[in-house]
Design a protein. Structure first.
Lengths: 112, 140
């Protein structure tokens, strides 16, 4: 009979931590609603979170999840900032000439 | 961990309060935004923001057309919506699924569903789809 492997102390009660959120769908919202290229960076980190977690590298997964969160929030922040700046420039008529021309030629295909 | 005392004497983690505040703000803002996108047409009204990427390069980004697609969806013109931005339209049910699983807590009841749709392989597939859509819409 082969010897039964004796678990080393600490191995028994070691439970993997909960998987951190990978922010996948949130970064897709950001990508599909505009805020390039931050949203895509968020998706790349989302891929990494799950790869690391399921190979048992929990600490790294946690760290990368933080980055996924950062870039996704950055995407939303950038979008919001652009919206605010756009509103101010549009209301005051201070939009760059190139953009005014696009609007005047009614090229609505340029709306994101 | 920073905590706050609520009026009824409970102790709540501050980050939870921030999260609740953000969710409340989003819920209040959502009908306003939906009304704007229903009432005004991004295809003809001038005040909808232009895409910086498209303005600079003339190429379409993965998000181009989302505003017109939302307007079309709100008027139940699904064909138009797909033509404006198929990625956004097709991503909507996926996004709602993610919201339901993660924010409404259903992920705990359906861990298999969460792992299948939001695990590493689906993340990779999503990334590829977005990049292919980006390249494809500028070629065809």
């Amino acid at each position: 009979m082969p010897p039964i492997p004796v678990p080393t102390p600490g191995e028994q009660e070691e439970m993997p931590p909960l998987k951190p959120s990978n922010w996948l769908w949130q970064s897709i919202v950001a990508t599909a609603l505009c805020c390039l290229p931050f949203g895509i960076v968020g998706i790349i980190y989302a891929v990494k979170v799950d790869s690391l977690y399921f190979t048992g590298r929990y600490d790294e997964a946690e760290r990368v999840a933080g980055k996924a969160r950062l870039w996704t929030l950055l995407a939303f922040g950038a979008g919001l900032l652009y919206l605010i700046i756009w509103s101010i420039l549009f209301a005051t008529g201070l939009l760059p000439d190139a953009m005014e021309q696009i609007i005047e030629s009614n090229a609505s295909g340029y709306n994101f | 961990m920073p905590v706050a005392i609520t009026s009824d004497g409970g102790v709540v983690v501050v980050s939870k309060i921030v999260k609740r505040g953000m969710v409340t703000a989003l819920l209040l803002l959502l009908p306003v935004v939906l009304f704007l996108f229903y009432w005004f047409d991004p295809a003809t009204d001038p005040f909808f923001p232009l895409c910086l990427f498209r303005s600079a390069t003339g190429l379409e980004c993965p998000g181009c057309g989302s505003q017109r697609a939302i307007h079309s969806l709100l008027h139940l013109r699904f064909g138009d919506a797909l033509a404006y931005n198929a990625l956004m339209v097709l991503a909507l049910p996926y996004i709602l699924l993610g919201l339901w699983l993660e924010w409404l807590g259903s992920g705990k009841r359906f861990p298999g569903l969460q792992r299948f749709f939001f695990g590493r392989w689906s993340a990779l597939v999503v990334l590829l789809l977005v990049l292919l859509f980006w390249i494809g819409r500028n070629i065809f």
